[in-house]
Design a protein around this ligand. Structure first.
Ligand code: SF4
Ligand code: SF4
Length: 355
């Protein structure tokens, strides 16, 4: 690894949440303010106004509670984030809204979504509706007391497990997620494999998610997948079905790190200069709705963290309690400079590279 790349790497340990430290960047308004400082690259001038194509994916963020505190986290999740937890009432409102869409996929995320007390209820209700359910899992949570049975529980229901693992090498993963994370992640992957995941069965899909450990773009997804499959199999006996590579978004704790390490200006320039018009058609905000823990509705998870609400055509912020799919179909997607993170290089979405 060269000197320049090393300078752009994230520091050696996990951190604490911005909220727990009373950081100004805990405020979404402050994050938006920081992003506005950059004069170069107006997203709308490059990509035009984005319009939704439908609701294929119904994403539910059930809260910010997490057993980890990774440095790159765009959610500012952590063990202290107990207040932001989707209630059973809001879960039921989400299910009622889901019934009014043609979404085939329900993408459940957090924090560590498995720590929400209504998580299993939500999964069971979505499975009963015939939806393809995806759990965005940090792996280590599967080793915590109440979640240890989840690999088998997921397998019984055919839940797709989408697991974040920054790298197949220990050093790179522990840099971003904290010492000891890699070993725990491997143990969790072994348990998923033992439950039948990651062996080519379309009902038991195991997807790994990579994001870079610093101020550079994700590498080539296809070649990384091959390298990871070989590396994890040879060194740990782990198998998985596919790998998706995401760019880090200049939001929340990754934004803080960019600013404090002096990488913010160059990273924003990198994102703008790497703008790829071929990604615009496949941006996830076009076919996804993202519901926050408190029922507010957004175009995507990133807008959710910046508190950029989706708006009905009459200007009201959309909320799950007055869910109106017709009005949402004609909304203008809210964009900003952070959107360059989705259009840089081969693009980046919850499903990985776009172009
Ligand atoms: S990146 Fe994922 S695992 Fe890490 S703190 Fe954030 S939500 Fe938790
Ligand atoms: S950040 Fe959200 S709104 Fe912006 S381009 Fe990405 S998915 Fe779309």
């Amino acid at each position: 690894m060269g000197a320049i790349e090393t300078e752009k790497l994230i520091g050696p340990r996990a951190t604490t949440s911005l909220v727990s430290r009373g950081s100004p960047l805990a405020s979404a308004a402050q994050q938006r303010e920081v992003l506005l400082r950059f004069s170069q690259g107006q997203f709308v001038e490059k990509a035009g106004r984005l319009a939704p194509t439908g609701i294929d994916i119904f994403q539910i963020n059930v809260g910010k509670l997490c057993n980890m505190t990774c440095r790159h986290c765009h959610v500012d999740a952590g063990p202290d984030r107990t207040a932001e937890m989707m209630s059973r009432e809001t879960v039921d409102l989400c299910l009622a809204a889901l019934d009014r869409t043609s979404a085939k996929v329900v993408d459940i995320t957090g924090g560590a979504p498995e720590l929400n007390p209504h998580f299993r209820y939500l999964v069971d209700e979505c499975v009963a509706r015939g939806k393809q359910v995806m759990d965005r899992c940090n792996l280590t949570v599967l080793l915590t007391g109440p979640c240890r049975d989840l690999p088998g529980w997921f397998a019984e229901r055919g839940v797709e497990v989408v697991c974040s693992l920054p790298h197949y090498r220990k050093r790179n993963t522990d840099l971003q997620r904290g010492d000891g994370t890699f070993e725990k992640s491997i143990e969790a992957l072994n348990r998923l494999n033992a439950a039948g995941y990651g062996k080519g069965d379309a009902r038991l899909r195991l997807t790994l998610v990579h994001n870079p450990a610093g101020a550079f773009l994700a590498g080539d997804q296809k070649s990384m997948e091959k390298e990871w499959k070989e590396g994890l199999k040879a060194n740990h006996g782990v198998t998985f079905d596919s790998l998706i590579a995401l760019n880090n978004m200049p939001i929340s704790r990754f934004l803080e790190w960019l600013e404090s390490s002096g990488n913010l200006q160059s990273y924003m320039e990198l994102l703008v200069n790497a703008y790829n018009p071929g990604t615009v058609q496949g941006l996830m905000c076009r076919n996804t709705l993202s519901v926050g823990w408190d029922g507010r509705i957004y175009d995507c998870d990133f807008n959710q963290m910046l508190e950029l609400d989706a708006r009905y055509s009459d200007g009201r912020p959309a909320h799950i309690r007055d869910f109106d799919p017709q009005q949402l179909a004609s909304r203008a997607i809210v964009t900003g400079r952070h959107c360059f993170g989705c259009t840089a290089g081969t693009g980046s979405s919850c499903g990985g590279a776009i172009a």
